[in-house]
Design a protein around this ligand. Structure first.
Ligand code: SF4
Ligand code: SF4
Ligand code: SF4
Length: 429
């Protein structure tokens, strides 16, 4: 109760400060934080500890700036410093009390949900503040409304992390959230195409073909935003872009899951994906330097994208495998190769009896008989995690150096769910 008594005035002061700065959206952000304080949400103390620590820092910063201003003008400043310092202290105390309660109540899942909330709120807030265009959609319709989206997506991340934590349901929820992201992404693209340009990233239209993430900059010599975003996810979660975050991969996943169990990929796809990747990158370079009309490059890209959809419809559906992603899309190969810079892996315990059950659940073809024999997932692995619950003996786990199996899985969920929430807020063409 005492924690709530300190938390409520702290968030109200912060809401009032946002109003004073002319940010009604910011005020609503803090009011929603206040609502969290009284809501029956188990992870709220983790979230509030972080938010109020930021609030205390904010007040400290404001105090310093105003005191310096007053000193420069030769005005009295002690009373102002005492009042604002006390408010900052109030926020800090409320943060510490929430932190203490969070630590005392280490109920299963709460830290993961609270951290997913904080990471997504921090990521979205930084993206909002550091980009020159209104990257959060609501800001384009209602200035400062982006702050409301930031905290709501934080709550969504905490809720999603709770779902993903349930081992028996994680595969299902991965598919659900991945599909939600794709639907939101393409809905914005559709609205952009219908003439509502505010739903596009820059107001100009690009083709939604993942191969263009690498081929586009090679062709144009600029436009590195998506490539940088892709590289950042490789650093944070390795190849998991291709199992949680890609707007087209979700389609291949839907096509493959038409079959209840995974089949096998033909052996030649191992070679074909390298050849396709090299051909796409070389074609982008050549077309960019050849002086041929842009319309030709657009046609080639569109045909490549449509052929990919055809592969999903006719091949992934029949084999139950992510055929488009593992055999055709160049970004899948690049994610697999460069994703190895990230230390997250799937660990297969030496006690594995090579029963092969897990391979029926791996739609990326990363658990072939040879992979199982070698006791490690193959290059195609995208850290989707579906095989972990499939092993009846519990011999498969996420692995991260220095972390226990459970902590590695929890940490992975925190990062991937936060990235998913951030992508929902900012990713559009
Ligand atoms: S392989 Fe390509 S289409 Fe599939 S998830 Fe990765 S980037 Fe997306
Ligand atoms: S299901 Fe488990 S025991 Fe069987 S091959 Fe896979 S990891 Fe080994
Ligand atoms: S090995 Fe496991 S985690 Fe890796 S892609 Fe296959 S099912 Fe997913």
């Amino acid at each position: 109760m005492s924690t709530t008594i300190l938390t409520l005035p702290s968030v109200l002061f912060l809401a009032a400060h946002a109003c004073r700065l002319g940010s009604p959206g910011g005020a609503v952000f803090w009011l929603i934080a206040g609502f969290l304080a009284v809501a029956p949400v188990p992870w709220k103390n983790w979230a509030l500890a972080g938010l109020l620590a930021f609030g205390a820092w904010l007040w400290g910063d404001v105090t310093l700036a105003l005191v310096q201003q007053r000193m420069a003008l030769g005005l009295p400043w002690m009373r102002l410093a005492a009042i604002l310092g006390a408010i900052s202290l109030l926020s800090l105390t409320a943060s510490l009390m929430n932190g203490h309660r969070a630590y005392a109540n280490k109920k299963s899942g709460c830290p993961v949900q609270g951290l997913a909330f904080l990471l997504s709120v921090a990521g979205l807030a930084i993206a909002r503040q550091k980009t020159s265009l209104d990257i959060i959609l609501l800001d384009r319709f209602y200035p400062s409304g982006g702050w409301i989206v930031v905290i709501l997506l934080g709550c969504y991340a905490a809720w999603t992390a709770g779902k993903m934590l349930q081992p028996g349901n994680s595969a299902r929820w991965r598919r659900i959230i991945w599909t939600i992201f794709s639907v939101v992404f393409f809905l914005q693209l559709l609205l952009g195409q219908l003439g509502f340009e505010r739903f596009l990233m820059t107001g100009s239209l690009h083709l939604p073909i993942p191969a263009l993430i690498a081929a586009g900059p090679l062709y144009r010599g600029d436009g590195f935003f998506m490539l940088i975003l892709f590289a950042v996810t490789l650093v944070l979660v390795g190849p998991a872009w291709c199992s949680h975050l890609c707007y087209i991969g979700a389609w291949d996943n839907l096509a493959a899951t038409c079959k209840p169990r995974a089949g096998t990929l033909p052996g030649w796809t191992k070679t074909s994906r390298w050849l396709i990747c090299l051909a796409v990158l070389a074609a982008a370079l050549l077309l960019g330097r050849s002086g041929l009309p842009v319309s030709l490059a657009i046609t080639v890209a569109a045909v490549f994208g449509l052929a990919g959809v055809g592969i999903m419809l006719f091949w992934s559906r029949r084999t139950g495998m992510m055929t488009h992603c593992t055999s055709y899309c160049p970004m899948g190969l690049l994610a697999n190769i460069f994703g190895t810079i990230n230390p997250w892996r799937i660990r297969m315990q030496s006690e594995c009896c090579a029963c092969g059950i897990c391979s029926r659940y791996c739609r990326y073809g990363a658990l072939s008989a040879r992979d199982i024999e070698g006791r490690h997932a193959g290059l195609n692995c995208t850290l989707c995690g579906d095989c972990i619950i499939a092993c009846p003996h519990g011999h498969l786990h996420y692995r991260f150096p220095g972390l226990s199996d459970n902590t590695a899985r929890s940490a992975f969920i925190v990062v991937i769910v936060a990235l998913h929430a951030i992508f929902l807020g900012v990713a559009r063409l």
